[in-house]
Design a protein around this ligand. Sequence first.
Ligand SMILES: [Zn+2]
Length: 359
Amino acid sequence: MNNANAWEFPWLQNLLESLQRSQNDGTLAHAYIISGARGLGKEQIAIAIAAFLTCEAPNPQGQGPCGECKGCRLNATGNHPDVLLLAPKEPGKALTVDLIRKLSDYVHVSSHAGGARVAVLASAHKMNSSASNALLKTLEEPHESTYLFLVTDSPGLLSPTIRSRCQRITLPIPALEVSLEWMRKLCGGEFDEALATSCLKAAGGSPLLAMAMLTDESLPSRQALERAFVACLTGIATPESLLASLMLAEPITAIEQILSTTAHYAKLMLDTNQQADDGAIDTAVLGGLVSNATWAQFIAQISAVDADENTRRRALLGNRLVRLYDEIEKARRQIGSPTNPNTKLLLESLCWLTSRALK
Ligand SMILES: [Zn+2]
């Protein structure tokens, strides 16, 4: 997905066109912060901007690079000498001052092709303070035809001085229908709209994340575990059948999944705003992605006509789920500890606790 072209993301098209028009008008700024939630295509849009900035014959109406010139051919292979992509050396690690020095040296050299020179800094919020100071110097001396894009999902972690030196591009969360339509096109004939909608909800509306979930090969086994867990919780199935499902997955992954399910239902039960809307129960569960009819039925059975009594029953369930959450969390810590715990025994006891949790 990282190699996907941002022009093919319908939620970014207007933004790309308006940026390219700014380039044509000569009003494009020299430094931008590109922010927005994960899975919206922040790096892809930075690369798409770099591509039209370094195209020798960009489309005058602002609809992308020509795709044929030498610059475009170099960009297609990721080898354009006037486009620099920088990221932490390992995912999650800091952006160090030596990388930023590389960037400063780079922007001081004039363009190879005589056109624009572009640098993209991924995970920009990972700059440590010396890196941040070094970048500030570069920002204070902008070079003509040099463009810098700082990509981040946490712009608040950038220093205020850096933020004040950059223009902002905030990627929007697309409307559900826009994302669904895009996912439908990518999936072709085998599109499951209900499941895609669940994935989108679980991904907070980010289409790239939702697509990764939808095409994740482990999805069917995660759905099966979700069903087994809720069946045990609501007394439909035995602890033994939940144990069988848990044993099929890697223990920590399985436990994290039932943790997020438990947290989700506890929140639904305790959040008074949700109480008028039992339909909310039938939404995606993070990690599990199941519209859980079993849980909805269970809640319908125990619901009372009297509103106060209903609130009381839901609060009781919510608190029991919170206690179960704590037990699962404890088991997760034990299984993850280096003391060589008996995983099967811990899972067995967890299944038994699950079957008793709401009684
Ligand atoms: Zn071109």
